[in-house]
Design a protein around this ligand. Structure first.
Ligand SMILES: N[C@@H](CCC(=O)N[C@@H](CS)C(=O)NCC(=O)O)C(=O)O
Length: 227
């Protein structure tokens, strides 16, 4: 299997299937195409998928759109439990993942993913505050209704596609020093400490590219995460 992705420092959509596959031990090779370079368009077009990454290639099957990739992986590797096993948990996991895929535009546009830096806490406007309140509410509901009793620190206990969908949001709260209530902070730390995330973030740190439109015009107060 091949997963086509963009820069690890910036590409939030690429992180989703990548961390899921790594966390669930699904073997794959990666093809990283740097954003905003002359090679991006032609190399993505060569896959005859959409115009964006991620793209998953499995023999003669090509899938794009992060949620569709996750559903394909769930079909292809039923034993990996890409989605929670319990039907109610699975329904909630799919619902909040779809909500993530379609929404949270306020947070996404004001706080682009940047895994190299940390910025000072500040008022980032009503739309960001609304998205943060909603996302932390969804995390609490998942943890209280399913995760806590299933064992494991993730939304539904073990790491699933829902955690992969929210991983970039976790990083945005971290990068922009956005305060989260205690249980949400514990969930964030579980994602940030996951070996798959650490591997991705460290690779992002050493990438040579700077994507100007993903950099905010603010002084960094430090690296992404102090160890
Ligand atoms: N809805 C898509 C979004 C994919 C997306 O926007 N990917 C970005 C990288 S993070 C991209 O390829 N941008 C390049 C472009 O739009 O030209 C998904 O879920 O995969």
């Amino acid at each position: 299997m091949k997963l086509v992705i963009a820069n690890k420092a910036y590409s939030s959509w690429s992180l989703r299937p990548w961390i899921l596959m790594r966390a669930l031990d699904i073997p794959f090779e990666e093809d990283l195409i740097p954003l905003d370079t002359p090679e991006f368009r032609p190399r993505v077009s060569a896959y005859q998928a959409g115009s964006t990454v991620p793209i998953l290639v499995d023999g003669d099957v090509t899938v794009w759109e992060s949620l569709a990739i996750m559903d394909y992986l769930a079909d292809r590797f039923p034993e990996k439990r890409v989605w929670p096993e319990d039907i109610k948990a699975r329904a909630f996991a799919r619902t909040i993942s779809a909500e993530m895929h379609a929404g949270f535009r306020g947070l996404r546009s004001a706080c682009p993913m940047n895994l190299r830096k940390r910025f000072a806490a500040m008022d980032r406007g009503e739309l960001v505050a609304k998205d943060v309140a909603r996302v932390t509410q969804l995390w609490s509901r998942a943890r209280e209704s399913f995760g806590a009793s299933a064992g494991g620190p993730f939304l539904f206990g073990a790491f699933t596609a829902a955690d992969a969908m929210f991983a970039p949001v976790v990083t945005r709260l971290q990068t922009y020093s956005i305060a989260a209530p205690g249980p949400a902070r514990a969930y964030m730390d579980a994602v940030l400490d996951h070996p798959a995330f650490v591997e991705w973030q460290e690779a992002g740190m050493s990438e040579p590219w700077v994507v100007a439109h993903d950099e905010v015009d603010e002084p960094a107060i430090g690296p992404f995460r102090a160890k």
